[in-house]
Write a protein that binds this ligand. Sequence first.
Ligand SMILES: [Zn+2]
Length: 220
Amino acid sequence: MADSIEGRVRSGVDAFLRWLPRWEIGTSRARTRVCRLCFGSPVATAAGFDVDVPHSVQHALLSRMRVIVDEEVDRYTARNLPLVSRELAKAEGPELPGYRPDEGLALEFQGLEIDPPPEPGQPFLFTLAELAQEDRDAALPLAEPVHPTPPAAYSEEAKAALRTELELADDHARAVGTGVCLALVEHRSRIADAIDRLVEPQIDDLLSELSQALENPRTR
Ligand SMILES: [Zn+2]
């Protein structure tokens, strides 16, 4: 596992570094809620990100690392944990049709809010989230009726077996996460160099523009 994780982390970092030159400070939005992927993430620490690195930059790398962990855990589950695999297949159910603005996005943007934060006194005509909800509501009556499978009565033995498999899945996810972090540490200097070159100057420019605007407020 270690070899493949290292190789995939390397490719993930390569892809992130190829994307970073296209990042512009103006395109990063202020968030109104904490990002579940990035907040307090040990992966961000492993990458060497500090609080000065803008969230959209951190998110772009962490999204790629999350995919590595998810895919590895999925593979392990499919191969070794038949009970968990069956429960997951049951929980997935049929796909509903509809407009989903948050799907099929480039990795750099997955998990970010789809609408910009509202500004006071500037109401939106519509938001993407509202459109998606309306579309889902409209599609629901037309969709195939969903028959939820009634929860099967599990024997104590089956429950215990499922619990054991869930623990194995958790252990594996933790091990993969640790592997990703350890592999990522090897790329810290490459990441730091790119941040210094491509991100820091943009932050410096913005800060100097701001301080100039504060020092020389335009008289009206
Ligand atoms: Zn994030």
